[in-house]
Design a protein around this ligand. Sequence first.
Ligand code: PLP
Ligand code: COI
Length: 341
Amino acid sequence: MLDDSKPSIDWDSLTFSFTETDRMFISKCEQGGEWEDGIMQDYQDLRISPASGVINYGQGLFEGMKARRSEDGRVLLFRPEFNARRSADGCRRLGMPPVSEEMFLDAVRKVVKENIRWLPPCGRGELYIRPLIFGSGAILGVAPAPEYTFLIYAVPVGPYFKGGMNPISLKVSDEYHRAAPGGSGGVKAIGNYAPGMMPSKNAKSEGYAEIIYLDAVNHRYIEEVGAANFFCVKDKIIYTPELTGTILPGITRMSTIELARSLGYEVQETKVDVKFAMTADEAFCAGTAAVISPIGSIEHSGEVAHYSDGGIGEITQELYTALTDIMNGRVEDKFGWTPEL
Ligand code: PLP
Ligand code: COI
């Protein structure tokens, strides 16, 4: 029985944090076999072998996407087919059976529908959808697990960075890297995230919102922010690190580039030298959780670059407004990016 009562939640104080919701999707697949159809069930803990591939060797990936409620009451997703495709690429990289786009999208829709009471009212937050695919079978040697689980849960969320659209301060790490050529930086492997926790926590204790990672070969080109892609603007040209396999090909990044070009801006996907970024006029980061978050300052090797006089850069604001207007169904979606549930 679906519970359609209102959850006791203060929508206006939502943050990006965990709240248990009602229902989750789960399916399994034997190595070499096909994914079962899967079922919806009440949100619950899992029973998993202590020898499972995911617990022992980190064989797993996740996705992150959002559903929003528009003013006229529609429920909108945002380019979910790209999350499906990225998860399939990730599965291939991590030796796991890919989930078909059709199955992925169908499961996402079921999870949103069966947790609809957790979807915040228009403009007051989003329902964050978290697909997971991982090796759940037992394996002792370092090899692909004999069984896989595909699971989706959903959580109502507010802004990823404290203060929402307030410019954040970031610190460039000279000490830590997120990914190296040939590694797993280009897919959403769960193992990419734990090594960033300690550097990120240290930066937060110094008052920064996050770390910016540099490339692991030259230690000078910006890769990305902990969990979002990096952009800067100089003389009205928009720059963002090119996709070389070490950064995540963000769906917000791709959409920001397409949107900026459609608004007449030149966008360069290129190597972004940290020294160049320190001289930019504006900077921001982009991701599903972060949406578009303005960067107020960046610290690197004792120097601090301040952007947009502590405010939100003009182009950053224009892109934020254009993107969130589409995401929230406030304008006609000429791109076809927001399928209805
Ligand atoms: N980079 C990393 C490391 C991320 O975890 C994310 C979040 O998904 C992004 C970038 C942004 O990607 P997307 O816009 O698809 O959410
Ligand atoms: C996302 O933007 O979906 C992310 O994955 C960010 C983070 C919570 C890991």
